[in-house]
Design a protein around this ligand. Structure first.
Ligand code: SF4
Length: 412
């Protein structure tokens, strides 16, 4: 049976790997005595199982997560009676809300109907998760902020490292420390961990004498963070001569708060509105506290408020139309306003919010000085001619960067 009950899972909870933030979820659940295991990353084999089982009209994240979950459920040591599979969901027009429905039906068709599918939902901003939901949610938030910041550091340092591979090594060590701090210490020493992380990045040898064009990466959240599905887009941009700034995971949670507040106000659910309002304030406070030790190392350390991103897009598209399109467009404008030199919008094949964003791009670019913009559509065939397109795009971004710098000098 599919459930949105938000109760504490009593059995072993298996969570598909989406990105490194998932290790925080696993660590926080473990700290709350909820047994869980993060599934291995998607492989060509698990993806092909997903392709076989789905109908062919699904978005690629549905295909890959279905493959991951079903391959695990088919293992000889898998005990359906003692297992829960996790597949988050959301309300609204997007197909994400249907993933767990399809996956439940596939489980039933394959004699695994006994397995419970646990689906925390973005519709209520993931409230009420676990037995001590508030504490669990706070812990997940703290760890997620730390991983977002760690990834910002990774992306700002790796393109300029003097010893190849050193930044990745440090990133992995820091990630392990953050996960340990959440799991073994319930987040108590996270600030000390962030101070230690700052020291590791300060010790890195980098050469920033030539600044690369900075590219803002927006688009569908699973694809943005899942390196298997996006064919390692960030490394490819770096190899082509760019530096990447990615729309963070935090932003998605702030957006679900914003959305839930807006809907609560419209429907007169004032208690929900107040709770989410206070949650938002708490999350901002935590973000600033965890950021402090590493703030001096980042070019653009603060997250722009989601309200600001929504205001950005109001002249083009109404934020109440919802979906990830509003976030992608709002963030693309935000990136341009922060002086970035190009935007990459990535989307799974036939992604509705991605197509809306791509369709609005020329209109946005008109008002953003014709900032270079690249839409990349990923199907599950593994070929998007990325390298050639990226080389041309990074060249345009470089020209854009030079033009801006010439303009600034002539004004000065
Ligand atoms: S955002 Fe796009 S890819 Fe993700 S579920 Fe919605 S339509 Fe599919």
């Amino acid at each position: 049976m599919t459930t949105n009950k938000q109760t504490k899972p009593q059995k072993m909870l298996y969570i598909p790997y989406m990105c490194d933030h998932v290790y925080i979820l696993g660590a926080a659940l473990a700290a709350h005595n909820i047994p869980n295991e993060i599934l291995p990353t998607t492989t060509d084999d698990t993806r092909s199982v997903g392709l076989d089982l789905c109908k062919g009209r699904e978005c690629s994240p549905c295909l890959t997560t279905t493959g991951d979950l079903i391959c695990h459920a088919r293992r000889p040591d898998f005990d359906p009676a003692q297992s829960i599979l996790m597949m988050p969901t959301a309300m609204g027009s997007c197909r994400f809300g249907q993933y767990h429905v399809l996956q439940q039906s596939i489980l039933e068709q394959h004699g695994l109907g006994e397995v419970e599918l646990f689906s925390p939902t973005a519709a209520n901003s993931y409230q009420g998760f676990g037995e001590r939901p508030t504490q669990l949610r706070q812990l997940i938030w703290q760890g997620s902020v730390a991983v977002d910041l760690l990834q910002k550091l990774l992306h700002e340092y790796r393109p300029y490292e003097m010893n190849a591979g050193q930044t990745d090594q440090i990133y992995q060590q820091c990630l392990d420390r953050v996960v340990d701090s959440i799991k073994a210490q319930g987040g108590k020493h996270l600030i000390e961990t962030m101070q230690w992380i700052a020291e590791q990045f300060e010790s890195l040898s980098v050469d920033r004498s030539t600044r690369r064009p900075i590219i803002g990466l927006v688009g569908e959240i699973y694809l943005r963070f899942n390196t298997y599905s996006n064919q390692n887009i960030i490394r490819k941009v770096e190899a082509a001569g760019g530096e990447v700034m990615i729309a963070s995971m935090m932003e998605w949670f702030y957006y679900t708060n914003w959305n839930f507040k807006s809907k609560s106000r419209t429907t007169g659910a004032y208690k929900d509105f107040v709770v989410t309002f206070l949650t938002d304030i708490y999350q901002r406070h935590v973000e600033h506290t965890i950021l402090k030790p590493v703030e001096h190392l980042l070019t653009s350390p603060h997250e722009s408020p989601v309200g600001q991103l929504m205001d950005n897009i109001r002249p083009y598209y109404h934020p109440d139309l919802s979906s990830e399109a509003v976030l992608s467009m709002g963030k693309a404008i935000d990136f341009a306003q922060h002086g970035l030199n190009g935007i990459i919008n990535i989307m799974p094949f036939s992604c509705m919010p991605g197509i809306i964003t791509a369709g609005m791009a020329s209109r946005l670019r008109e008002d953003l000085g014709q900032i270079p913009w690249l839409d990349i559509i990923y199907d599950t065939q593994g070929a998007t001619n990325i390298n050639t397109r990226l080389e041309a795009f990074i060249y345009q971004a470089l020209q854009f960067q030079r033009q801006k710098s010439r303009h600034q000098h002539s004004v000065a």
